[in-house]
Design a protein around this ligand. Structure first.
Ligand SMILES: [Zn+2]
Length: 228
């Protein structure tokens, strides 16, 4: 019997996340899906530093999936953001990029963008800021839903979602943004960033996940195994 699947996703390519969360996963042999806005590599996304190309190469070498998160992380995506981001990543990393992650919560892509994504990728993901689950088996690998974890979500709340995925045999995609030791300000308002998780909490959460024995797969792996 199946017992649910978990994907650990990291959006926006933040340097702190790469420095703190990834080494922890690497020490445990866990693979994630790491999505980057390609033209912001080595620069900043929403005023927070983004990792460098050499870091991305290292991620790939350690078996993590690299996904496209557009070129510039804008709300208005162009076709180039879909096609060029894939080409650049593929050329520089010498690997096939098959997953696309739409920027921003509740993004509703228009038909033209959606079609371009379908033509160029094997799957796409959108984001919600509350727990969402995907069916196993998947009816379509496009616009699958991820749960963006926020500061306000406690570790026990997250544990509860893991239990739910196991109990109902569902696919939960946990989406992290900034994981580290220190939060930053929001890029848009005079408040702390809402999508921050302290590395100590992250480690506690991963320990809980491992204690439950839920299968951990990348977005690409789930799509390969579970599409109808
Ligand atoms: Zn993003």
């Amino acid at each position: 019997m199946q017992k649910g699947v978990l994907t650990l996703s990291f959006d926006d390519g933040y340097l702190d996340t790469y420095k703190y969360a990834i080494p922890h996963l690497d020490s445990l042999g866990i693979k994630s899906t790491f999505s980057v806005p390609v033209n912001l590599i080595g620069k900043a996304c929403e005023k927070r530093p983004v990792l460098k190309w050499r870091d991305l190469k290292n991620l790939k070498k350690n078996g993590h999936e690299i996904a496209s998160h557009s070129l510039y992380h804008t709300r208005k995506l162009s076709i180039d953001e879909i096609t060029q981001s894939k080409l650049i990543l593929e050329n520089d990393l010498n690997t096939e990029i098959s997953s696309f992650v739409y920027p921003y919560l509740n993004m509703i892509p228009n038909k033209e963008i959606d079609n371009a994504v379908k033509k160029n990728y094997s799957s796409s993901r959108i984001s919600k800021n509350f727990p969402v689950f995907n069916k196993l088996v998947l009816e379509s690998p496009f616009r699958i839903q991820g749960f963006c974890i926020m500061k306000k979500h406690s570790i026990s709340y997250l544990s509860h979602q893991i239990d739910k995925a196991i109990k109902n045999n569902l696919w939960l995609i946990e989406v992290f943004h900034l994981v580290g030791k220190k939060n930053t300000k929001s890029a848009h308002r005079n408040k702390p960033y809402r999508f921050f998780m302290h590395i100590d909490d992250f480690k506690k959460h991963i320990a809980f996940v491992l204690s439950k024995n839920i299968k951990i797969l990348t977005q690409k792996e789930v799509v390969l195994r579970y599409v109808n």
